[in-house]
Design a protein around this ligand. Structure first.
Ligand SMILES: *Cc1c(COP(=O)(O)O)cnc(C)c1O
Length: 384
């Protein structure tokens, strides 16, 4: 059989299992109200939790960045692509999360690849929650360290693995907020286990940065954690509304990433205009607390309005509010029924989530209002 015939068979099998993924065509900025494939919707799909992705002040800062630096960075950071905008942003990010230094990456995926491979290799061990983001899993595999996964939030299982898995260096890696469940990792307990078993803790705060903690400073602030055992990573394409990611920690950690991280060294720096926009985003995250207040109100409203009905929301205090459906086909049907009423909520299916736990992933944003949430809950509570 030819390669292309084989691929076509695999795609047909995927389709028949209700697992084919499709892309929708967005023709407006990322906001609560969007136009998609020529129709207007209220969308509950984005990670733009604070509603900053389309903020005109970020757009104006990006334009200033273009005027100052042009469009392309033109080189990698270590050749001549490291602009003063990147540098200023790294300093601001480190200050914001109250860690000594920070290093910018083009994407969160690349930051995770970098930090795991820079810290561990053959002869070391990585311990990971089963529900971690795919980029952390890929990073662990690429690192060639022994890779052990434990059941979601099962600290007893993690402790057994820590007791029985040797390694010169040992690293526990975890999503601070789990991207498909919305729950917050028990970071203080994880840190305590790491201290007891001489391991380090890499926290991926993709969904906590900007949302959790005082002024949105993230999960470390949320838990009041300051520990030399923590290596912090967060992304800038979600609550921060732009793109990119950073790793923060000690000066020695950051310098060894600059020297060793392949996804930092062998890639073109992101356009400085993005760093310029992110400097403004960081100020808005810090100053506009009303966005987090609004989010908390919307989360409480959604939970209250769905409590009466047949639906089961997974327990989550974050803007990620998953509605458990079960079957892949059922999740698709429910998502399509909502879309017919002008409401976009993505159906999340395996392998992104475990078999039998297909769900609608409702994401709330400070750009939503109470009426948006009521429209969604009213539609969900209507008989099919
Ligand atoms: C989105 C996400 C990433 C990847 O970040 P990108 O900047 O989109 O590449 C990494 N980890 C987690 C937990 C995420 O949700």
């Amino acid at each position: 059989m030819s390669l292309h015939a084989e691929l076509a068979d695999e795609l047909a099998a995927r389709e028949s299992q209700g697992l084919r993924r499709t892309r929708r065509l967005l023709t407006t900025p990322q906001r609560a109200r969007v136009s998609v494939d020529g129709r207007d919707y209220t969308a509950f799909c984005s990670n733009d939790y604070l509603g900053l992705a389309a903020d005109p002040r970020l757009a104006a800062a990006a334009k200033t960045g273009i005027d100052r630096y042009g469009v392309g960075a033109g080189a990698s950071h270590l050749i001549l692509g490291h602009s003063s905008a990147h540098h200023e942003l790294e300093t601001a990010l480190a200050d914001f999360v109250r860690l000594p230094q920070a290093l910018l990456f083009s994407t969160g995926y690349m930051a995770n690849m970098a930090v795991v491979s820079a810290l561990v290799g053959r002869g070391d061990a990585v311990f990971a929650d089963r529900l971690n983001h795919a980029s952390l899993n890929d990073a662990a595999l690429v690192s060639r360290a022994t890779f052990k996964r434990y059941a979601h939030n099962d600290l007893a299982a993690l402790e057994r693995l820590l007791q029985t898995t040797p390694g010169r260096r040992r690293l526990v890696i975890v999503d601070a907020v789990f991207s498909m469940d919305g729950d917050i990792a028990p970071v203080p307990a994880l840190l305590e286990l790491c201290a007891r078993h001489d391991a380090y803790l890499l926290i991926d705060d993709a969904h906590g940065f900007g949302v959790l903690g005082a002024e949105g400073r993230g999960t470390l602030s949320h838990f009041g954690i300051a520990s030399g055992r923590v290596i912090y990573m967060a992304t800038l394409g979600k609550a921060a509304g732009v793109a990119g990611a950073f790793v923060a920690g000690s000066a020695v950690l950051i310098e060894s990433l600059v020297q060793n991280a392949r996804t930092y060294i062998y890639t073109t720096a992101t356009p400085p205009l993005l760093a310029q926009a992110l400097l403004v985003s960081l100020q808005l995250i810090e100053q506009e607390d009303w966005r987090r207040v609004r989010l908390r109100e919307l989360i409480a409203q959604l939970q209250r309005e769905l409590a009466a009905g047949p639906w089961h929301l997974l327990p989550s205090d974050t803007p990620i509010q998953p509605l458990l459906v079960g079957g892949n086909a059922e999740a698709l049907v429910l998502s399509a029924r909502l879309a017919a009423q002008g409401l976009l909520v993505p159906a999340i299916r395996p392998p992104t989530v475990p078999q039998g736990t297909a769900r609608l992933r409702i994401s709330l944003s400070a750009d939503h209002n109470a009426a948006d949430v009521t429209r969604l809950t009213t539609a969900l509570l209507q008989p099919a």
